[in-house]
Design a protein around this ligand. Structure first.
Ligand SMILES: *Cc1c(COP(=O)(O)O)cnc(C)c1O
Length: 408
């Protein structure tokens, strides 16, 4: 799992350790308020603009993905205020999306267990269903389902009232929700709908950013042109905490032209040590050609090897995107031509499978009955082979145990 979708360059990278210790000696801290900054924060801003899609020339730093998404909510609303449309406050998000654990992050997220605690979501955040073909689209082609799922956004915009909608936010590929790779038709149609109603598009790139999908950012792989991108995790490969928001020109221009202050910021925004590590991390990704490695070599290889699992009696669906993969566990596959049906959730079959994984030296995460991996981008083909041998063994052990329990 790369720790938690973080350690994209792998462990033991001395360049990142050296960057941190050098910066701690040079200048361990200064703030980024009152029109001040530090050298690493400035250099990192330049490098981020270079690797991001062309509409991004500005960055707002935070220390986490959650703070990034809180920043998104404030920035989106501030933008529409400046444009004289303060009634545009509603942000549309998706069920089973994950956007963090702060008040705004958990509200944007679509996790019912999180909403049940703390009186969430906060006002003017509303959700649509996720583009999850296996759960919601069977009987349709994936492409047709992708269009249908995107049009749920249009239905929601019309239900809320287009003049009240500020933005749509989504992960290019839902990560914590279970590595749900949307059909190829989904994001271009989402983009068309956002353009039609003039609403802002926010891509939460906390997992998909920095090469994981085979491009620098997931929106490039899945086909959207966002106004804002949230990042964290892979920006430093998790060696130290850093997050932020890439701010598109449309919004940056409005915020700057207004002349007034955007009253927002964190003590640790642009923390020099975190920025120095991010610089070393991104340069290492460039030196090792990791984005191209994922796109042309190890990502396609992972896809090829994952597809072999489709024949396993417990597997209803596999999906990969770059260095992310999911295995959907099902029962009754093949009976009367069935593609299989979900297990009762209280059986916690995913956790049962996970126990076999942990017992066999394989870290696979269970999201319900969806088993997921997100290996480091530096992985080699023999390492993928080693992982696949373990995955197959653990699926077989799970099948044996379910047989013994009579749960199949
Ligand atoms: C992890 C994650 C977040 C939250 O980031 P934190 O650093 O935990 O606050 C937000 N969005 C996505 C897509 C994530 O995976």
């Amino acid at each position: 799992m790369s720790g938690l979708w973080c350690v994209n360059v792998g462990y033991g990278q001395q360049a990142l350790v050296d960057a941190a210790s050098r910066q701690m000696k040079e200048l361990p801290f200064y703030n980024a308020f009152f029109q001040t900054s530090t050298t690493p924060a400035i250099e990192l801003a330049e490098l981020l603009a270079e690797v991001s899609p062309p509409q991004f020339q500005h960055v707002f730093y935070t220390s986490s993905g959650s703070e990034g998404n809180d920043t998104v909510v404030r920035m989106v609303r501030r933008y529409w205020d400046i444009l004289g449309q303060p009634e545009r406050k509603v942000i549309i998000s998706r069920h089973n999306g994950y956007h963090g654990s702060t008040m705004a992050g958990a509200s944007l997220g679509g996790m019912s267990g999180m909403h049940a605690q703390g009186g969430l979501p906060i006002p003017d955040i509303t959700h649509i269903e996720q583009p999850h073909w296996f759960e919601l689209g069977q009987g349709m082609s994936r492409e047709d389902f992708g269009l249908k799922a995107a049009r749920w956004l249009e239905e929601k915009i019309l239900a809320v009232g287009p003049e009240r909608v500020a933005a749509f936010i989504g992960e290019p590929v839902q990560g914590a929700g279970g590595v749900i790779v949307p059909p190829s038709t989904y994001w271009p149609e989402i983009q068309r709908i956002c353009d039609k109603y003039g609403i802002l598009l926010v891509s939460d790139e906390v997992i998909c950013g920095f090469g994981r999908t085979g491009n620098w950012f997931g929106c490039e792989t899945l086909g959207s042109k966002p106004d804002l991108m949230t990042f964290a995790k892979g920006v430093t490969s998790g060696y130290v905490p850093l997050g932020g928001v890439m701010v598109g020109e449309r919004i940056a221009k409005a915020l700057i032209a207004d002349g007034g202050e955007f009253n927002h910021g964190f003590t640790y925004s642009g923390h020099p040590v975190a920025c120095a590590v991010a610089l070393a991390n991104i340069r290492l990704i460039q030196q090792l050609n990791l984005v191209s490695h994922v796109k042309h070599n190890i990502g396609p290889y992972l896809a090829e090897r994952f597809a072999e699992l489709d024949d396993h009696p417990l597997v209803g669906e596999t999906q990969t995107c770059g260095m992310m993969g999911a295995v959907q566990l099902v029962k009754g596959k093949g009976k009367a031509g069935s593609a299989g049906t979900p297990f009762a959730s209280e059986l916690e079959v995913g956790m049962l499978c996970r126990a076999h994984c942990f017992g066999n030296g394989l870290i696979m995460r269970a999201v319900g009955d969806r088993m997921i991996v997100a290996p480091p981008l530096v992985m080699t083909r023999p390492q993928v082979d080693e992982m696949m041998t373990l995955i197959k063994r653990c699926l077989d052990l799970t099948l044996d145990e379910l047989n013994r329990k009579g749960w199949l």
